[in-house]
Design a protein. Structure first.
Lengths: 302, 202
């Protein structure tokens, strides 16, 4: 995951390059380091370096890294001619390379030659069953073809081997959410919380899934996890503050008349509401009255 | 509801939604349509739109919060929620999915004339060549059998109020105006970002 400071740095650099201030190579290196997807920019600025003999030779052996980066970006932008040229040059420079072989298989994918790409990936995996990138390409390929159940199957197989891959768990959770398979998504987030207990995003996503599932028990658990997000973020997470209000309101409707709402729960709601109002007052004053009305409508009428 | 009901979308409401989808090309996005049903009950006028989300669009809490705030804001202007906009994650996916139908169902409970608009990627891609004047979305409404049906394949069911909207849209695409669109996701991450997009068409 990319941190806020890294993102700010990246955006500042991108801006600089966009406005002709130089630093294209530094920008491309940062994109690689952070593993972010800025294919259009990478293609544009990468090509401008590759097409400039002086700049290109200045890179030394890094030149080939750039060819690879541009090839992948070009495939993402469907600029298949560019990708083809880059891969051809790489193949010439590294006739035996598996890494180039991987690019060639990706090129088959980009062309939509699914069966051929699948064949290539299978043979790579036979040689090296622990190649994570190839495993992930398979998942992506199933997804690209709209074969979502296939993607789930490949991902689950992948996670049996690489249990500690957080991004893969997140991807699986998001696929489940998109299919409205919330119980399965909740399981993925439980795994993530266990392995990274201090990452507030996992707690938040888990609470959101539980709230979506509904039912008294889920709502109560969701509220606890929203509370832990508030704890972990020092009260700075807007979604969690709203979440507390939603949960309290939904729970209140479910238990209405049956038992007295406990005082602590209502106190938590008004604390969250006050925090939201304070934040809106400072940063979005024109929306404050709207927020206040909305929060009132969520107050449990006793 | 006879087959006479028509839908008319204002240029800015339409462009805002398409630009939102272009801003987040690699994920599914959605949005809310706002407007009113004409007094003669023959036209649903879509006057404005609010871009909602580009991540986790299958989750309820963010949707509920946004709907409460949006409804409250527009109620003061005599405008209400009249439909839902959805763009699929994959370019070649032209199906109306489960999440879109569920949100549509929810809105439909309050307004039986509510429609779902689904971005038509093929039409959007071809726009610069075809100079088509009709909207690059498909429209789904609920029929008597209570299922969502694609309607108006002849292109008359949904029209854009301003006939040159697609020309303006193409112009905005070429100047990358989509970068400026703010959705509810952005707002929840940083509340100083305004989901009403007051600066977008200035």
């Amino acid at each position: 995951m990319v941190s806020k400071t890294e993102e700010t740095q990246l955006n500042r650099l991108e801006n600089q390059v966009d406005n002709g201030g130089g630093g294209a190579w530094e920008y491309l290196c940062l994109v690689r380091k952070l593993k972010v997807r800025r294919s259009e920019k990478v293609l544009k600025y990468g090509l401008s370096i590759l097409n400039d003999l002086k700049k290109r030779s200045g890179l030394g052996s890094e030149e080939w890294t750039l060819y690879e980066q541009v090839a992948i970006a070009a495939m993402d932008c469907q600029s298949l001619d560019v990708a083809k040229d880059c891969i051809r040059l790489l193949r010439k420079a590294f006739p035996e390379s598996k890494r180039v072989g991987r690019l060639e298989a990706m090129f088959l994918e980009a062309k939509g030659s699914w069966a051929e790409a699948e064949k290539a990936y299978s043979s790579f995996l036979e040689e090296n069953p622990l190649d994570q990138v190839i495993h992930k390409r398979r998942v992506a390929m199933a997804k690209a073809q709209g074969n979502i159940s296939g993607a789930i199957e490949w991902l689950n197989k992948y996670l049996e081997i690489f249990m500690a891959d957080h991004d893969a768990w997140r991807e699986l959770a998001e696929i489940y959410v998109s299919l409205q398979m919330y119980k399965q998504a909740a399981f993925c987030y439980e795994e993530l919380i266990l392995s990274q207990p201090t990452v507030p995003l996992h707690h938040l996503a888990y609470a959101d899934v539980l709230y979506t599932l509904g039912g008294l028990e889920n709502l109560q658990t969701a509220k606890k996890y929203y509370a832990s997000v508030i704890d972990l973020t020092g009260g700075k997470n807007t979604r969690a503050l709203f979440g507390i209000n939603l949960c309290t309101s939904a729970i209140g409707q479910l238990v209405k008349g049956r038992n007295k709402e406990d005082k602590e729960s209502l106190e938590l709601q008004s604390l969250a509401a006050t925090a939201l109002e304070k934040d809106y007052k400072q940063r979005a004053p024109e929306k404050l009255s709207l927020l206040t009305t909305a929060l009132k409508s969520l107050k449990v009428s006793s | 509801m006879g087959g006479e009901l028509r839908y008319e979308i204002a240029q800015n409401a339409y462009i805002k939604l398409v630009l939102h989808a272009l801003k987040h090309k690699t994920s599914a996005v959605n949005g809310i349509l706002l407007g009113r049903v004409s007094p003669q009950n023959d036209v649903v006028e879509i006057i404005d739109s609010v871009p909602l989300f580009h991540s986790h669009i299958g989750l309820l809490p963010q949707l509920e919060i946004s709907l409460i705030l949006i409804e409250e804001h527009f109620a003061a202007k005599g405008v209400s929620i009249v439909g839902y906009f959805h763009a699929n994650e994959r370019f070649d996916d032209h199906e109306l999915g489960g999440i879109a139908k569920n949100v549509g169902d929810h809105i439909n409970r309050y307004l039986p004339q509510a429609a779902i608009l689904l971005l038509d990627n093929r039409k959007l891609e071809a726009l610069s060549k075809t100079k088509d004047r009709s909207p690059v979305v498909q429209i789904y409404t609920k029929d008597a059998s209570r299922t969502w049906k694609l309607v108006g394949s002849d292109g008359n069911q949904l029209t854009i109020k301003e006939p040159s909207a697609n020309v303006v849209l193409l112009d905005y695409i070429s100047t990358e105006k989509w970068q400026d669109v703010v959705d509810f996701d952005d707002h929840l991450d940083d509340i100083s970002k305004d989901w009403l997009n007051p600066e977008l068409f200035k």
